[in-house]
Write a protein that binds this ligand. Structure first.
Ligand SMILES: [Zn+2]
Length: 343
């Protein structure tokens, strides 16, 4: 999750990219064609041609839906009159966004992605775009949202993008916030910036955890496991962001991670590896089972203590939906089964 001052830098770099990229000139591309009068005046053939072109070009927002366009054509041809009524609804005074959003399901191959692009082309001050790119980018920026493209997530996308526009008024509208998402997820410069800032955050946390370990002498301290477990639960319940140890403030999250690593003996829960450091301490990583971006908690029941290899295996391997049976987490990654205690 990016810090706000990092997001600000990303937005500034994005603005430099935006003025030079041809994408910005597409902002008003459909200003004269996606209107109630134009869409109603087209002959049936021209109407179909228009939407065929719109879908195959991804509404000039996302890369073209080459596979989807022919299937889409069949769907539309089945009932052109109804589809035209559907796309004209957003122009009416008593338009219900929610009803319309649910109606999208009736048009296979005109999915939520392209449908919300259409809405955005009707009015980019009112309707955000929601596709995989959107949800992915919001997660990277630290907004909590699942990968589902349902109505409640659409409302969250709107809320989060309003929040971004409020903080960074140069973003202006939902066409531009979508371009920012594109920049973060699909443009090398943006991807690199975000990944660099995320690494900086991780490194800072590593250093702070290292300091906490030294400060509380957690390596040498003989701790009763039961006592430590009680302390962990106490620390989880604490609502404050920071915690003071020996007169110095640390992120509560980092203190909790140190405690959990200690409780699990700094040993990888998948392969039992321990990594001894020159200073006598141990290196190990904390891995969230359900990511924080998706609402996962900083809690011992959501944390695995893993060596760097197993951590990457968890992140990048082909992973089954894990299950928890009596405080033991069961998961299959790349066809191998793993078990780890969550207590
Ligand atoms: Zn391991």
């Amino acid at each position: 999750m990016l810090k706000e001052h990092h997001i600000k830098k990303v937005v500034n770099k994005f603005e430099d990219w935006w003025v030079k990229d041809p994408h910005s000139s597409n902002m008003d591309f459909y200003q004269k064609t996606i209107t109630a009068s134009h869409l109603s005046s087209l002959s049936e053939k021209k109407f179909i041609d228009f939407f065929y072109d719109f879908v195959s070009r991804g509404g000039r927002v996302q890369s073209g839906g080459n596979r989807a366009k022919n299937k889409f054509l069949n769907t539309v041809k089945q009932d052109v009159v109804r589809f035209r009524k559907f796309v004209l609804k957003p122009f009416q005074d008593r338009f219900s966004l929610k009803d319309w959003f649910i109606e999208i399901e009736d048009y296979p191959n005109f999915g939520v992605g392209i449908a919300t692009i259409f809405l955005n082309r009707v009015d980019y001050n009112k309707y955000p775009i929601m596709n995989n790119k959107t949800l992915n980018a919001l997660n990277k920026l630290g907004y909590k949202i699942s990968s589902s493209k349902n109505w409640s997530n659409y409302m969250l996308v709107k809320k989060y993008q309003d929040n971004l526009i409020n903080k960074f008024p140069t973003l202006q509208n939902y066409f531009k916030t979508d371009a920012l998402n594109h920049y973060i997820v699909a443009v090398y410069q943006g991807q690199k910036l975000v990944s660099d800032y995320l690494q900086i955050e991780n490194l800072k946390n590593d250093l702070e955890q290292h300091e906490i370990e030294k400060n509380v002498e957690i390596y040498s301290e003989e701790i009763n496991k039961e006592e430590l477990y009680k302390k962990i639960i106490e620390c989880e319940k604490n609502r404050s962001e920071e915690i003071t140890i020996n007169g110095k403030a640390y992120k509560r999250h980092n203190y909790l991670m140190v405690q959990i690593k200690k409780y699990r003996d700094y040993k990888c829960q998948f392969c039992s590896t321990t990594i001894l450091k020159a200073n006598g301490g141990y290196y190990i990583e904390a891995c969230h089972i359900k990511s924080k971006a998706k609402g996962g908690k900083d809690s011992i029941s959501n944390i695995l203590v893993l060596c760097p290899n197993c951590h990457k295996l968890f992140d990048y391997g082909k992973r089954s939906k894990g299950k928890k049976i009596k405080d033991v987490y069961h998961v299959t990654i790349n066809e191998k089964e793993y078990k780890a205690s969550l207590k």
